[in-house]
Design a protein around this ligand. Structure first.
Ligand SMILES: Nc1nc2c(ncn2[C@@H]2O[C@H](COP(=O)(O)OP(=O)(O)OP(=O)(O)O)[C@@H](O)[C@H]2O)c(=O)[nH]1
Ligand SMILES: [Mg+2]
Length: 541
């Protein structure tokens, strides 16, 4: 997109650096670390879904994957970090504590993918599965550290999705699995890391994510605490660029009102303005994962019955919709059978059923397809997907480069043992040059500093500060998004706007009356403008 360093140059440089480091560290513990990093560097971006128990992580993962892969349930459900990646066939692998990786049976049902882990459980533990293992109190004596599921899915080609157990889970061990996955090494002294270099859960193919979707139902101290630890450990000041906040289960905020998602949007915006949250995520958007899946989880016949329900006398239906218990009561006054009502409740939730009825009554949905589309349109998922493209997929190279440089730092710092003499200084110098030459990294760093308050744009009003953050890619890496222009704006107009921006940031960068941070930020944005103008010309625009 914005190939400031020339298209793909950052990627090529970092890749070459990793290869040379691999050569230098051959035969040491660090070799495996670097090999894993290289593998993930060449693979799709890895995005984890994290948040407290029952925030709706697995449901949102399914909505993004476009099929039911992760198990979801009203009781605590996800017990192992599980990544879902594109593959040529349906298959699953268990990553064991002893470091081995074993292919294991994957059973697909209509509801989810179920990984059979019976063989790995200790004699003392009960049978466990990827998503639906026993009760929350069941012993966690499993030898399995994490799972990888591969599916032939086009949606997963650019993005590997990682489901995680809830933070602040009922069992501390489950929370810790997520925390140690997302913030590798955070809970352990550096010296202890070297000895764990052979542990697969601490390394490339599994450890860490390039970016995180953090689900909140409302702002809670545990969320702030977790997000802060994510920033502190892995990703430094650039962290907000790596995290998107989602106000999840948005339909439950104002159940059944068609404007529920609008209300959720206002709440999400307010949460996103909170200083503590701004320092940790780029933005907060509302999403109702359950609504997004109406079309894939309900048949036309079932959706049709829902429309019929909306056509029944309002007095009866309104009474029915007062509570979940009333809705499924055997003796309810409706022509829709109780069994089907239970299914509708399970697939859409009460708020979803109410919304469906409201859409039909208001004439927004006339047939099953229209109803599914109406619900999906109000789920917030299309907006989240656009955001993921702009923020994560389009800058996958930059995010992965950042991760790779961080791992390289750990290696060069001796985190994984021996230094091959002589080469460390050379590699470090090259690493510094790569970082200094990559404007993309400078942008993310500055954005992070502005968000965390390390740098401040003093004396500028809020609109100007927002515009500067946007120019740095805060709302997406595309040139139109940066300039705040609509998607279809013709190239000529984009170029004119860029020239105007370039002039104004050049002046601001040289304005002695502006604060130091402001001038530095303006200088970075001036370079962004120059790069974007160059890209526009190279694209033939
Ligand atoms: N109304 C509504 N309910 C939802 C939504 N997303 C999830 N749920 C419900 O919330 C419950 C938990 O959903 P999951 O997706 O399993 O949540 P989770 O965060 O993966 O839960 P754990 O893995 O146990 O931490 C289920 O009963 C879902 O049906 C949503 O968008 N709207
Ligand atoms: Mg889950």
């Amino acid at each position: 997109m914005t190939g400031f360093a020339g298209p793909g140059r950052l990627r090529d440089e970092v890749r070459a650096l990793l290869l040379d480091a691999l050569d230098a560290y051959r035969g040491t513990f660090a070799e495996a670390v670097l090999r894993d990093e290289l593998q993930r560097f060449d693979g799709p971006l890895r995005v984890a879904l994290a948040g407290r128990v029952k925030a709706g992580k697995s449901t949102l993962l399914n909505a993004l994957a476009g099929e039911q892969v992760a198990a979801t349930d009203a009781t605590e459900c996800t017990r192992l970090v599980t990544s879902y990646a594109a593959g040529t066939r349906e298959a699953a692998w268990a990553y064991l504590r002893d470091g081995s990786v074993v292919e294991t049976a994957l059973h697909r049902t209509a509801g989810s993918a179920h990984v059979d882990l019976d063989a790995f459980q200790r004699a003392a533990g009960p049978a466990g599965t990827a998503g639906t293992a026993g009760s929350p109190g069941a012993p966690q004596a499993s030898a399995v550290e994490a799972l990888r599921v591969e599916l032939p899915s086009a949606r997963l080609r650019d993005l590997t999705l990682i489901d995680t157990p809830g933070i602040a889970s009922l069992t501390t061990e489950l929370s810790l699995r997520t925390e140690s996955f997302l913030t590798p090494g955070a809970h352990r002294p550096a010296a202890a890391r070297a000895s764990r270099a052979a542990d697969p859960a601490e390394r490339g193919a599994l450890a860490g994510a390039d970016a995180v979707i953090y689900l909140l139902r409302h702002l809670h101290a545990a969320d702030v605490g977790f997000l802060a630890s994510f920033r502190r450990t892995g990703l430094g000041e650039a962290a907000p660029a790596h995290a998107i906040g989602v106000l999840s289960r948005a339909d439950e905020l104002a159940p059944g009102r068609t404007e529920s998602v609008d209300l959720a949007r206002r709440v999400a915006t307010a949460i996103g303005r909170d200083e503590r949250v701004r320092a940790l995520v780029q933005t907060v958007v509302p999403v109702a994962g359950l609504l997004a899946q109406a079309g894939s989880r309900l048949s036309d016949d079932e959706l049709g019955r829902l429309l019929a329900l909306a056509g029944e006398p309002a007095a009866d239906t309104d009474d029915l919709l007062l509570s979940a218990d009333r809705f499924v009561a055997a003796a309810a006054a409706t022509a829709v059978p109780a069994q089907l009502r239970e299914l509708l409740l399970d697939r859409l939730g009460l708020a979803g059923v109410r919304l469906a009825v409201a859409l039909a009554r208001l004439g927004h949905a006339h047939d099953p397809a229209g109803l599914a589309t109406g619900l999906a349109a109000r789920s917030g998922l299309p907006e989240l997907e656009a955001l993921l493209r702009g923020q994560f997929t389009d800058r996958a190279d930059v995010l992965k480069a950042q991760h790779a440089l961080r791992v390289l730092d750990d290696v060069l710092d001796g985190m994984f043992g021996e230094h091959p003499h002589g080469t460390v200084a050379t590699l470090r110098a090259r690493r510094e040059r790569v970082e200094a030459g990559a404007h993309e990294l400078a942008e993310l760093r500055l954005l992070g500093e502005l968000r965390t308050g390390t740098a401040e744009l003093r004396g500028l009003d809020e609109a100007r500060r927002d515009a500067m953050e946007r120019m740095l890619g805060a709302a997406g890496a595309g040139v139109r998004t940066r300039l705040g222009l609509p998607a279809g704006t013709p190239t000529g107009e984009v170029r004119a706007a860029l020239r105007t921006a370039l002039d104004s940031y050049r002046r601001l960068a040289e304005n002695r009356l502006a604060g130091r941070s402001t001038r530095r930020a303006a200088a970075v944005i001036r370079r962004s403008c120059e790069g974007l103008l160059r890209d526009l010309t190279m694209d033939g625009g």
